[in-house]
Write a protein of this length. Structure first.
Length: 184
């Protein structure tokens, strides 16, 4: 039996408040970070930059959720929702705060320095960084000045990004479409 499929949509009043650094990003893509002494990375530059590149949202990627209204489900974002989410994030100044693992404590010394939507996945900067994702992916780069958090990135304890948003789930299947509000 297949799980229900929900589209996550940005409706009027929906917000994307923050992008958190996490160990297991929902988009299942991990970050690329720069360090000359790490053997596990695909490329390296000066560690002084302390940059972490990762996708924030990937269009049409199925994201498993254990508890959507009491049951397991798959969710996804469309390219349009990703565009509106990124715009809402900057409109609300979400870039002023980054947290770790969706906690309320703000991570000092961690902030986004780049953000873009991939328009040509064959020639985009994301591809040159080693990512192999679709067009309309929202990529971000965070500068990490906080020594403790940088150590967590280097140790693999923080590997990607996760969005914090208030939006809606819309049930998608061949028979109907239902709209249900969702929390963070």
């Amino acid at each position: 039996m297949s799980r229900p499929l929900y589209e996550i949509v940005m409706s009027k009043g929906a917000t994307l408040d923050r992008v958190a650094l996490v160990k297991r990003p929902a988009v299942e893509n991990t970050s690329m970070f720069f360090s000359e002494d790490e053997q596990s990375i695909k490329f390296s530059v000066d560690e002084e930059k302390r940059l972490l590149y990762a996708p924030a949202m990937i269009p049409n990627k199925l994201i498993f959720r254990k508890d959507v209204f009491g049951s397991e489900a798959d969710t996804f974002y469309t390219a349009e929702t990703i565009k509106h989410s990124m715009e809402a994030y900057f409109k609300k100044n979400g870039n002023k705060e980054t947290n770790i693992e969706h906690t309320e404590q703000i991570a000092d010394g961690v902030y986004p320095v780049e953000s873009w939507i991939v328009h040509d996945n064959k020639n985009d900067k994301a591809t040159s960084l080693g990512f192999d994702g679709p067009n309309d992916t929202w990529m971000m780069c965070h500068k990490i000045e906080n020594d403790s958090i940088w150590e967590q990135v280097k140790n693999g304890d923080l590997t990607g990004l996760s969005v914090e948003m208030f939006a809606k789930y819309e049930l998608r299947d061949s028979n109907n479409t239902n709209t249900i509000n969702m929390n963070k």
